[in-house]
Design a protein around this ligand. Structure first.
Ligand code: AMP
Length: 599
């Protein structure tokens, strides 16, 4: 493996790298540095986050830049201000032994006047977000007429974020003769189009398969029902006692909600998203960097450019819409050769995306069981015991009161004392896991009892054309209002559903005269415990027999008449009928519903 010196870098630079702890080049550096040093050709580089690409493109530029000229010679475009700041900071560190080199970062959300002043003082290298760069070009504060290098960093992300026009505008004001370096983790059509339009016969390099991030990251997933997403997240955090990680969410709202819940539940967490001001972001990032908080809840965009190298975990609260973003997310951990874990919480609905990601990253996910309350409590107790053992006591601090306290506590045995200490520290956790049921994998059949929900049996099932959407419609219809519907289990000839307990009476009344596909519907409260659906089908002999009878006693005819009715209902819907597809309701229930909706 070559050294940085072997790649053609001068002592000034290699010494600075040594100080930064860069002992040997990463794969992308080994490929890109000699290529850029030795050739004026444009370059298309496939490189993921965390592979060391900042040094890969900036070191050869530092090597070749002309310090006798004060003109801006390199413009580096990056998708976010965090990343732009980070790149500028890295370059300054690489160039600490290069006297007179100026690097300026320009980005939105910060005072433009100061940035104009910085540019006036002379900037050999400018790192900018596309929007602010265009703004400064239009104000004639940033002149790109003598540009020798254009670097498009995380090009796919810039295009995802809608910077295409800005990039076009910037590239248009640069000279024809220049070297364009495009770094991207993925090459969708739009990135290829940029490469086609603005690059001439580019050289191509790829450090995709062997990047540090992917190699040292273990990918895990938890399959749970939708409403167990947050409780599962909590358990993952609880069980990983030394966690220092980012929880990724898809939207700002989701980010804020999850962070608020975690804070409320006593975790050291905070949120990072686009609605925060730059000052607020800086405060959050400072808390995270200094480990005052262990968990950062962030959107993909906000987390870009966060250069925290020792993250233990990345948790995908929900998977990103674009699978490419998963690579970016998981690349936040396992950096610079360290071990990392990337966790995904999925439901039955999105579990097939795990397979797609596996194909994309060429690695297998490990399915994990949600830790039981007992396990978590055990871990926390041991952790607390370790903490107590490690406490260093300064005798002097206690000298005044110790005897008195010791005398008072002597009435308790050693075991009683230990139990009370534990309780004092962990009461909240102990009682939480005492009350809460364990979370099983969401097989679509098993359920987790929620103490606030009431479970109901209904004598209709798949054979009657019932499906979850229709079940929701049916419940809302007969209840006359929209309520949270919990677990739904549709079996062959009967089904189960849950709604919040407070609506129990209304629901039973609402269903008094109900019919479904011409058959009277019977709804009963049930407390039936968690079982597999097949067993339950067997257990409910009455309903099963009814189903069997229907099928054997001219079942085909009945079934076809059922499906005719179904079709009839569907066309009702098309004519503006209610979308649950359920026939009729008695005058009584209609009156009741009207009354309710007017209340
Ligand atoms: P980047 O992909 O440029 O964001 O780099 C990812 C992380 O790896 C950063 O924290 C860099 O400081 C670090 N890094 C980059 N190159 C090396 C290297 N050759 N040796 C050790 N760490 C590196």
């Amino acid at each position: 493996m070559p050294s940085f010196k072997d790649l053609g870098l001068c002592n000034n630079i290699t010494e600075a790298l040594k100080d930064l702890g860069y002992t040997k080049p990463t794969e992308i550096q080994e490929l890109a540095i000699p290529q850029i040093l030795g050739s004026d050709k444009d370059l298309k580089a496939f490189a993921q986050t965390g592979t060391g690409k900042t040094a890969a493109f900036s070191l050869p530029i530092l090597e070749k830049i002309d310090l006798n000229s004060s003109a801006t010679q390199a413009i580096i475009l990056s998708p976010t201000r965090e990343l732009a700041i980070q790149i500028a900071k890295n370059i300054k560190e690489f160039a600490k032994n290069i006297k007179g080199l100026n690097v300026v970062a320009v980005y939105g959300g910060a005072n433009i006047t100061n940035q104009i002043k910085d540019l006036k003082r002379g900037a050999h290298i400018v790192v900018g977000t596309p929007g602010r760069t265009v703004d400064l070009i239009n104000r004639r504060s940033l002149k790109l007429g003598e540009i020798k290098w254009v670097i498009l960093d995380e090009a796919d992300e810039m295009l995802n974020m809608g910077f295409k026009e800005d990039i076009d505008q910037i590239l248009d004001v640069t000279p024809d003769k220049k070297q364009t370096l495009l770094f991207s983790a993925t090459f969708p059509r739009e990135v290829e189009a940029i490469a086609r339009n603005y690059m001439f016969k580019p050289a191509e390099i790829s450090a995709g398969e062997k990047n540090q991030g992917a190699d040292t990251v273990e990918h895990q997933f938890y399959l749970v029902s939708e409403r167990n997403r947050y409780p599962t997240l909590k358990r993952i955090v609880d069980v990983n006692t030394g966690i220092y990680g980012i929880i990724f969410c898809r939207t700002r709202r989701e980010t804020q909600e999850i962070a608020d819940k975690l804070i409320q539940d006593g975790y050291g967490a905070d949120s990072l998203h686009g609605e925060l001001s730059q000052a607020q972001r800086d405060i959050v990032m400072k808390k995270f960097r200094t480990k005052k908080i262990q968990i950062l809840v962030a959107t993909d965009v906000a987390a870009r450019g966060i250069d925290v190298t020792d993250l233990t975990h990345v948790i995908n609260h929900k998977l990103p819409d674009q699978l490419e973003s998963y690579t970016h997310r998981s690349g936040r951990t396992g950096r610079a050769g360290a071990e990392g874990i990337s966790i995904v919480i999925v439901t039955n609905k999105d579990k097939n995306r795990i397979k797609q990601i596996e194909r994309k990253i060429n690695k297998k996910f490990v399915q994990k069981e949600v830790p039981s309350g007992k396990e978590i409590v055990g871990i926390k107790l041991m952790q607390y015991a370790e903490k107590i053992k490690a406490i260093k006591v300064n005798e002097e601090d206690l000298s005044d009161n110790f005897e008195e306290i010791a005398k008072d506590l002597k009435k308790l045995t050693k075991d009683e004392l230990i139990k009370r200490f534990i309780y004092n520290e962990l009461e909240h956790l102990l009682s939480y896991y005492q009350k809460t049921q364990d979370i099983g994998a969401d097989t679509g059949r098993e359920r987790v009892t929620d103490e606030n929900m009431q479970r109901f049996f209904i004598n209709t099932g798949k054979m009657d054309g019932l499906n979850p959407a229709r079940m929701i419609g049916l419940v809302n219809d007969y209840l006359g209002k929209k309520v949270d519907i919990g677990q739904i289990e549709i079996l062959k000839s009967f089904s189960f559903f849950e709604i919040p307990k407070e609506h129990t009476e209304d629901l039973l009344k609402g269903f008094e005269d109900a019919e479904f596909n011409g058959r009277s519907v019977n709804v009963e409260k049930t407390t039936q415990p968690k079982t597999r659906s097949r067993n339950r089908d067997r257990g409910r002999g009455r309903e099963r027999n009814r189903g069997e009878k229907r099928r054997s006693g001219g079942g085909d005819r009945n079934r076809s008449s059922n499906s005719n009715r179904d079709r009839g209902n569907r066309s009702d819907r098309n004519r503006g009928g209610r979308d649950s597809g359920f026939k009729r309701r008695t005058e009584k229930s209609t009156r009741r519903r009207r009354r309710r909706s007017e209340e």
